[in-house]
Design a protein around this ligand. Sequence first.
Ligand code: FAD
Length: 454
Amino acid sequence: MAPACSSRTNSLHVAVIGAGAAGLAATRELRRESHSVVVFERDTQVGGLWVYTPQTEPDPLSLDPNRTVVHSSVYESLRTNLPRECMGYRDFPFVPRNNESRDPRRYPSHREVLAYLRDFAREFKLEEMVRFETEVVCVERDGRKWKIRSRSSDGIFRDEIFDSVVVCNGHYTEPRVAHVPGIDSWPGKQVHSHNYRVPDPFKDQVVVVIGNFASGSDISRDITGVAKEVHIASRSNPSETYKKLPGSNNLWLHSMIESARKDGSIIFQNGKVVQADTIVHCTGYKYHFPFLNTNGYITVEDNCVGPLYKHVFPPALAPRLSFIGLPWMTLQFFMFELQSKWVAAVLSGRVTLPSEDKMMEDVTALYAERDANKLPKRYTHKLGECQVDYLNWIAEQVGAPPVEQWRAEEVNGGYLRLATQSDTFRDKWDDDHLVLEAYEDFLRQKLISVLPDE
Ligand code: FAD
């Protein structure tokens, strides 16, 4: 259903937390809607997760709450897991640039993504709104407004009042670690993928990688080049699974780990036993908002952030508090752009939200559906198969066109290739017709001036 619209527009003073891909999209859309925006970014530059650093945290599992946090989880060899045509923002496509320093591949390296985000920030003059090296340490209500306490790099705290806060702090920095029975007496090393950068430390080792989704699959293949053996343990494999994976001669896939023993062995549910040196946990991340004080209204339980209407607005605090970028298994940048348009338009009063009760009913229905499908809470923000419906719903709210057919097909085909040919999906594909359709679409909309081979 299309939302109620109004001709009345408010211009608000809005704080955006984070200048990654989500914060940049939010900033652009908020300014387009005539809001005044201050972006708080604790790093020295835009790009968030895509700002690669060889630095890792001193605690390799990142369990110490008082550790010095390193934001990025990007490893040196990382290439995108989506084709670039569908990955970019809709009206600023992620196309190869004619510049020797750039990576023209369809699945480019992380450096190319950072360069793209910098281009985006430059094109829309976003940096002028960013306060770099300024960390938000507390966000709390002040009447109908919000008070933000920030700390700049010189240690000075500052309190400011904003009409609204848009949270874009990312959710790939706080590791989730798998529980392995017997791990406390196991003598080997453990590291989370958040602190993985290069394979060298694993030279000649026997390594067990837990998790076989994007990072697990990449990192295990990265390590096979130097390690003696790499064994992937995956929850999604049946308990008898045991097979050598194509593309290397020292990589095996197993079911999950049954236990770890103090003699250094790891026992898998398939009965296989390996004497391992290191476990790499590629087991995902937790949503984490250490600065946010809503007096207990918003909670994070088993990685479900709630209550949130359509993953964006907490009903009782809407629209003055919102979150961009929580859903996963979706076209991230594209979703950030649509969610941001929605938030900006709701704040200006051009688009209205349902009543608080109606929004809560929607949240309750989402939870009921999740529970009926026997999905754990941590899958609440997973979109996957329903992503196009979700994106189209938001597009309708803001009067944007629905997801293009080529984009939807590219992303579905991309996921399938990732799952079925994880060693080759970035360099071999059979959907060139979709690439052509994408570029023709960009050309038609005058987002590019020539097709790539012209
Ligand atoms: P981030 O990029 O993490 O940005 C958050 C920003 O907030 C950071 O700059 C941080 O410094 C800042 N910040 C945090 N807390 C504070 C605070 N308190 N005060 C001030 N500033 C703060 N997506 C894709 O589309 N394609 C891919 O190929 C892809 N590959 C990925 C590979 C890996 C290994 C991972 C972990 C994720 C990948 N993703 C990919 C998802 C990726 O996270 C998103 O694409 C996107 O970059 C996230 O943007 P964000 O702005 O939400 O978060």
